[in-house]
Design a binder for this molecule. Structure first.
Ligand SMILES: Nc1nc2c(ncn2[C@@H]2O[C@H](COP(=O)(O)OP(=O)(O)OP(=O)(O)O)[C@@H](O)[C@H]2O)c(=O)[nH]1
Ligand SMILES: [Mg+2]
Length: 388
């Protein structure tokens, strides 16, 4: 690569030399000011401008337009004009495309708003102001539209016109409707000598093992029942250890099984106990093979109760679809966990209606054994409506 250095008294002169020697397309790579020394280096000498340039480097020329030869301004002007024009044209095309895109989105939005406006008054135009507010409050609490409207209609048909302006009374009416909507199992019915097998199933991380520990501790320590634990959670060492730790603290027999056959043997070995709690590995509701495997384990356990554990922090749709998928393993009840973490609980109602499962327990914290309660319609209704 041909790199050369030139010196001149001024920048203008230096660049003129560069242009003359290397041509107008030469790239200026570096400029600096240098001083020579006079009188054996004792006196300050002359000031020079040093320019390093090359004709062989493929970088945009840093030569200023002022230093270009006479024809250059005209050419540069034409080039600049054409660049401006092409930029202008491209810009105009881009702007055009953007505005077409924005316009089409605006049209979609307008259509959507129009549709909603047409639908809303049609669906709710008959509602007096107070009931419309109640409806929107229920939607805010994460109830689906269908249930919210149903509750509002039922409140309307039972409330007198004089009662309508009273929001507290309207909420109390909804609370009663929710109570009617919720069915519960009560606590696991444990009787001395009548071995009962209850299994907990559900997606990963929802709180199955923690809930088993809470149940085990309550039945063993508070109700003095003979309780045993079985876990089929063999693929995750930590999960087995988690349950074993609880078993040791509460002083319970525990067995780990890895096949359905071992499950049958384990249950038989615990035949003298009052309650056997079966912990299972978290399963993705989308994994059909794993669900079938789980079903086989539960079958061999002769489970009297299969509690589906769901965390209320999941969205409404996830809750409903998960319950639907787990139905095929024979779920009989629903445990709702992490009530303490969910901002709203309205999604529980469509879940209960769609799954048709009764509620068994509610958990609202990580503390074993305290953060668990037998599900109770009145408490759940108050929690859903934020009535404390
Ligand atoms: N905030 C809150 N955390 C909970 C509750 N129940 C369980 N957890 C926590 O949720 C996490 C997972 O709990 P696990 O009991 O291990 O869940 P799991 O369903 O057995 O998980 P896998 O066995 O991995 O499927 C732990 O940190 C628990 O302490 C609850 O009601 N509220
Ligand atoms: Mg677990």
């Amino acid at each position: 690569m041909d790199v050369r250095t030139y010196r001149a008294a001024t920048m203008h002169e230096a660049l003129a030399i560069v242009r003359r020697e290397l041509g107008p397309d030469a790239a200026v790579l570096h400029t600096r000011e240098v001083r020579t020394r006079a009188l054996f280096g004792l006196l300050p000498g002359k000031r020079w401008i040093e320019v390093t340039a090359s004709a062989g480097v493929n970088v945009p020329s840093r030569l200023p337009p002022a230093a270009q030869p006479a024809v250059a301004p005209a050419l540069a002007g034409t080039r600049a004009m054409s660049e401006r024009l092409s930029l202008g044209v491209a810009g105009a095309v881009a702007t055009q495309e953007l505005s077409t895109h924005v316009q089409s989105q605006l049209r979609d939005l307008q259509a959507m708003v129009k549709q909603l406006c047409q639908r809303a008054p049609h669906q709710h135009r008959d509602l007096p102001e107070e009931l419309f507010r109640l409806y929107t409050d229920l939607i805010d609490l994460d109830l689906n539209e269908e249930l919210a409207r149903e509750f509002v209609d039922r409140v309307r048909s039972s409330a007198s016109p004089a009662e309508l302006p009273d929001p507290v009374l309207l909420k109390a009416r909804v609370a009663r409707l929710i109570e009617e909507e919720v069915s519960v199992t009560g606590p696991i019915a444990v009787q001395p000598g009548l071995r009962r097998v209850a299994a907990l199933v559900g997606p990963t991380g929802v709180g199955k093992t923690t809930t088993i520990a809470k149940l085990a501790a309550n039945y063993r320590l508070r109700e003095k029942r003979q309780v045993g634990l079985i876990t089929v959670d063999t693929y995750r060492i930590a999960a087995v250890e988690q349950l074993r730790t609880y078993a040791e603290i509460i002083d319970l027999p525990m067995q780990v099984v890895s096949t359905p056959k071992e499950m049958r043997q384990a249950v038989r070995r615990m035949g003298e106990l009052d309650l056997i709690l079966v912990d299972t590995a978290g399963r993705s509701p989308k994994d059909e093979v794993k669900l079938q495997e789980l079903k086989a384990f539960l079958h061999e356990a002769s489970a009297d109760e299969v509690h589906l554990v769901l965390s209320v922090t999941a969205g409404r749709r996830t809750l409903e679809e998960t319950a639907e998928r787990f139905a095929e393993v024979g779920t009989t009840a629903l445990v709702l966990t992490k009530l303490d973490e969910a901002p709203t609980l309205g999604a529980v109602l469509p879940l209960l209606r769609r799954s048709r499962l009764p509620l068994s327990y509610l958990t609202d914290g990580q503390n074993v054994p305290d953060d668990i309660a037998v599900a109770e319609p009145r408490r759940l209704a108050r929690l859903i409506l934020n009535l404390h």
